[in-house]
Every structure is written in C-alpha cells, then in structure tokens.
Design a protein around this ligand. Structure first.
Ligand code: SN0
Length: 319
C-alpha cells in the first residue's frame, strides 16, 4: 500500500480487517518495521481519537511521531496553483509538502470539508496536493469527503460484535444544529457497500428527504426514508449527522424524532448502537442508549488504534 486515501487503496479488505484484529491481540510483533522511521501527523482540524490512536499505533510499530496543527502552529498553507499569494496564507503546499516529505517517511493529514463549495470539497484538494508534492505515502486522517480509518475500525467492530453471519447494518442520519461534513457517512457507505457485495452484511441507509448522499458513495445501498421501518430487524444502528449534499452544507431539518432512543433499540433485533464520536448526548442519541450495553461507541473508538496499525503496517511493508 503506497497511500491510504480511500477504500480504493485496499487490495484485500478481509485481510486488512484480520490484520487489525491480529494487532489487537499482539500489538508489538511488528516493532522492527518502523524502527528509525518517522510519521508526521498534520491536523487542519480538531481531533481526539484520530490523533491519539494513530500516534499509539505508530509507536506500537516502532515509528517516531511528530505532530503539527497546521495554520495554528505553522504558516497557513495555500493550496491553489498559480495564484499571487497576497492572502493570509504565507506558504504554498508545493514547498510545505516537499519539506515535510523530507523529514517524514509517512504523512497523515486531517483536513475537513469547508462545506461552502461542493466542487472544491469533492475534488479533495488538500489530500491530492500533498500526495502530489510530498513524495512519501499519505494517510487520510479524515478528508473533505472520506474518513477511511474510521470505516476500517467500524468493520473490525462489526466483525467482533456480530451474532449472525450476515447482520443487518443501518446507517441513520441524526439531528444536529450545526452543518457537519458528509465524510464519515460517505466512507461508511463506501465500506459497507463493499461488505454487502461480499455477502458479509445487509446494508440500509435512512435519512430525511434532502439528505441524500453523493451517488458515488451511496451506490446500490437500499434507502428507506422511514426510520422506524429501517430499524426493523437491525443488528447495528450506526448514527451520524451530516449536512445536505444536494443543498450543499445546509441544515434542512433538526427534527428531534430522528435522534436514537431506547424505543429505536427495541424496534431493532437487540441492536447495537455505533457512532464515530464525538457525540452530543441527548441531541443525537439518548443517555439511556449510550449508557446501556447496546452501545459499542467505546469499543469502536478503541478499535481506531488497530485500524491505524493495520494500515501503517501495510505502508511500512511497501517502503
Ligand atoms: C466531525 C465530522 O466529520 O462530523 C468529526 C467526526 C470524526 N465531527 C464534528 O465536527 C462534530 C462537531 C460538533 O460540534 O458536534
């Protein structure tokens, strides 16, 4: 693996999930792979799990880790080509990426969608500019349109917790007053469609009208607009808020009936609740659900370490 930008960089998904589970059992068997190598983690946005779990996974593999909050600690970075740099951005990505690539063997980058300009967000400028100019492998730590390390951790979590060969997984939109990116939902669709294709899950998406995700992500997933109907027989309820893709970046409704409560869990087949975190309690999901044995959110977050470790191991093997 030379980059980890999306599912397209994964050649064997079953093997990658298994590698994460193996790392969980034996975290330190591959310490030699990262010896005297360095990973740089660049954050254009806030992070708790991604930052700590990726750092931990890198250390388990023997890597040195350097981290920077771009824009706050460093110069603001210009991503556009050929512009007169008279804005607040003092450094161009051409130099920044090339320089960081000289200090680091791998670069991880978090850069959320701006949610103002759909075309700009969906062309993944930050990831692509770094991939072009850094000359080292790039790992997506949540980009404008995807969060693949989260999706891999989600796959590991579902494999561990499933009680039947082909569980029913339902992605549901949750209410929020702020416009949030589509990245987590997009990636979850991308990865669950692959799991559905291989017969490992049944995948359903539910959301209010107007919250349709980009066709290239939702693919052939079944969409049911009635949330109660979608939850019938569900083994996993995966909650996430996202802002509208069609009315780009807008909040179209805050309907509280879309929040997940114990009534929804009762409608499912003894379903487990999943969320990537951070989650706003009692806005998106009730305390009762999060504090019950139905919640998988902590286990899911714990698995971020093993998903990062599986990916970094693949990249280190290719160096
Ligand atoms: C981010 C998102 O993509 O939705 C990161 C999730 C891993 N979440 C938020 O920005 C939540 C912010 C909030 O105010 O609730």
């Amino acid at each position: 693996m030379t980059n980890f930008l999306s599912l397209a960089d994964v050649t064997d998904l079953d093997a990658l999930i298994q590698s994460g589970r193996d790392a969980k059992t034996n975290p330190f068997t591959d310490q030699h792979l990262g010896k005297n190598k360095t990973i740089g983690l660049l954050f254009f946005n806030s992070s708790l799990r991604t930052r700590l779990s990726t750092q931990k996974a890198a250390q388990n593999l023997g890597l040195n880790v350097i981290t920077m909050n771009v824009g706050q600690d460093s110069w603001g970075l210009e991503m556009e080509e050929g512009v007169i740099m008279d804005s607040d951005k003092a450094e161009h990505v051409r130099e920044a990426a090339a320089v960081i690539g000289r200090y680091c063997d791998i670069i991880g980058i978090r850069a959320f969608a701006g949610l103002q300009d759909r075309e700009l967000d969906y062309k993944e400028q930050v990831m692509n500019q770094f991939a072009k100019y850094a000359n080292v492998p790039i790992v997506n730590l949540e980009s404008a349109t995807r969060h693949p390390l989260q999706s891999l951790a989600d796959c590991i979590t579902i494999e561990e917790a499933k009680t039947k060969a082909r569980p029913k997984v339902v992605l549901t939109w949750l209410p929020h007053f702020k416009p949030l990116p589509q990245a987590v939902a997009n990636s979850f669709c991308e990865w669950m469609n692959a799991r559905a294709h291989s017969g490992d899950v049944e995948f359903v998406v539910t959301h209010p009208k107007g919250y349709e995700l980009a066709p290239e992500f939702v693919g052939n997933a079944r969409i049911i607009y009635n949330q109660d109907e979608a939850f019938e027989g569900a083994d996993f309820i995966y909650g996430k808020n996202w802002s509208s893709y069609t009315h780009y970046g807008q909040v179209l409704t805050k309907d509280p009936s879309w929040a997940v409560t114990m009534d929804d869990i009762r409608r499912s087949d003894n379903g487990k609740f999943m969320h990537c975190l951070p989650v706003r309690r009692n806005l998106k999901v009730s305390d009762q659900v999060l504090d019950s044995p139905h919640s998988l959110v902590i286990e899911q977050a714990a698995n971020r370490e093993w998903s990062a470790q599986a990916v970094l191991k693949e990249i280190l093997k290719s160096l």
